[in-house]
Design a protein around this ligand. Structure first.
Ligand SMILES: O=C(O)C1=C[C@@H](OP(=O)(O)O)[C@@H](O)[C@H](O)C1
Ligand SMILES: C=C(OP(=O)(O)O)C(=O)O
Length: 456
């Protein structure tokens, strides 16, 4: 078992949930009454890690207000620091830690090693930055990180003329021998395994001498909203970025403007809490829900009604109300037929919900999540079936049929979203024990404290 060891310094990831720990792991609390919870959540991982990269490449200092403090964002900070970026923590008004002032290096320098942990954003966003630095930068990460696909980044940089040593597997570890400049120009890549290959190149491309004319050649491209998020964060900093046709992006060379930005709450991390309303009954409200956003978590407002929930917006609050329970004693959770290719990040929590539904579900378009923190299709099938469930792996998704579940161990595979999926099932099924709840520190070190707050 791989155990995650991260907690943001100012937060105890176990918080009030400490009494529910056992030697084998974290005993997921059962919901004993309908919920009526109002919660605020820390900043978005995807926004924080994009803004960190852009601020480090910008033409002056930028402040990130209410950034995420978690393992993934701290790995990004440490990676950029290793290349010469300066950081100052400044007192923030948000409830989840300091703001962060980012001081770009006058010259990015390699001769360093970057630990990517298990963070896709670090391993895919920083190699192009290292190519702009002078000197060698070696990238490595957790054991699980070495299994994640990196060919999209490796082949792209090599095609751009960057000297990159790898062992030909298209995986970590590898070394980028940065020359302090990248010429840029036309480039074709296959990003069917991860949208992050595209985002990583676009984020640095304005600093390439000829910019970038990037074409995706694969037959599918997952997680499109994340590419839109990349484009929006670039545009906000004055970068000229266009997508003249699907699968092609043009970035003109030019300055990346220093600006101060507010980081939105992480709407994908809202998923377990909003899903909890359907499982436990009652309602859960998330505050600070942005009116407009590129975060894929915003799709929960459209997706959860398909499972029977009622969703309500009131100014910056989003509330999910449980469905009306059926006469047969079921929770009234409906089965769904979903294509989640845009929102694979939400799949683990929605599959956990589907496992508690009164009717079968099929969730497709998510073959690429086999390459996330773990093979999420195999992991979800194994863990739900281990509790008595009936989940079948398909090439591109999962079929989930209703079955009575019982308690037992739930392995997280060092995957934050597997851990929160175990917590969701544990709300309804007594005796679910998550082996590595600390894996939630990847993007939400406060998970157990917030979960207890939701249940209080
Ligand atoms: O760019 C990003 O911030 C992300 C892109 C997506 O990756 P994939 O395209 O690999 O699914 C998403 O699943 C991941 O959690 C975050
Ligand atoms: C796939 C995920 O993370 P990463 O950024 O490491 O790819 C995720 O958070 O669900």
């Amino acid at each position: 078992m791989q155990i995650s060891r991260y907690s943001a310094p100012e937060f105890d990831p176990y918080g009030e949930a400490r009494q529910t720990e056992t030697d084998d792991g974290w005993r997921a609390p059962v919901a004993t009454a309908p919920l009526s919870s109002v919660l605020a959540l820390p900043g978005s991982k995807s926004l924080t890690n994009r803004e960190l990269v852009l601020a480090a490449l910008a033409d002056g200092p930028s402040t990130l207000r209410a950034p995420l403090w978690s393992r993934d964002s701290e790995l990004m900070i440490e990676g950029l620091r290793a290349l010469g970026t300066g950081f100052e923590r400044v007192a923030g008004r948000g409830g989840f830690g300091d703001d962060l002032r980012v001081l770009p290096a006058s010259e990015l320098l390699g001769s360093t090693t970057i630990d990517c942990g298990l963070a896709g954003t670090v391993m895919r966003f920083l190699p192009p930055v290292a190519a702009l630095a002078l000197g060698p930068t070696t990238f490595d990460g957790d054991e699980g990180a070495r299994r994640r696909p990196m060919a999209g980044s490796v082949l792209a940089l090599q095609a751009l003329g960057v000297d990159l040593d790898d062992d030909g597997r298209g995986a970590l570890p590898f070394t980028v021998h940065g020359a302090g400049r990248v010429e840029g120009g036309a480039l074709e890549i296959d990003a069917s395994a991860s949208s992050q290959f595209v985002s990583g190149l676009l984020l640095s491309a304005a600093r390439f001498e000829r910019g970038l004319d990037l074409t995706h050649t694969g037959d599918r491209l997952p997680s499109m909203p994340h590419i839109e998020m990349t484009i929006e964060t670039l545009s906000a900093r004055g970068v000229d970025v266009q997508s003249p046709e699907p699968g092609r992006w043009l970035v003109n060379p030019g300055a990346i403007r220093a600006i101060d930005v507010d980081i939105e709450p992480d709407l994908s991390n809202a998923a377990p809490f909003l899903v909890a309303a359907l499982v436990a009954g009652g309602s859960v409200t998330i505050t600070g829900w942005p009116a407009e956003t590129t975060q894929v978590g915003a799709q929960l407002a459209r997706l959860l009604p398909l499972f029977g929930a009622r969703v309500e917006r009131d100014a910056d609050r989003l509330t999910v109300h449980a469905p009306t329970p059926g006469d047969d004693g079921g929770r009234g959770i409906l089965g769904v037929e979903l294509d989640l290719s845009e929102a694979g990040e939400l799949a683990p929590n929605l599959v956990a919900l589907a496992a508690l539904a009164d009717a079968p579900s099929t969730i497709l378009g998510i073959g690429h999540i086999r390459h996330h923190e773990t093979d999420r299709l195999a992991a979800l099938a194994a863990e739900i079936n281990g509790l008595g469930g009936r989940v079948t792996e398909l090439d591109d998704g999962l079929r989930i049929e209703p079955a009575p579940l019982h308690g037992g161990p739930w392995r997280a595979y060092a995957d934050h979203r597997m851990a929160t999926s175990g917590a969701i099932i544990g709300l309804a099924v007594p005796g679910v024990i998550v082996d590595d709840i600390a894996s939630t520190g990847k993007t939400l070190p406060q998970f157990t404290a917030l979960w207890e707050q939701m249940l209080a």
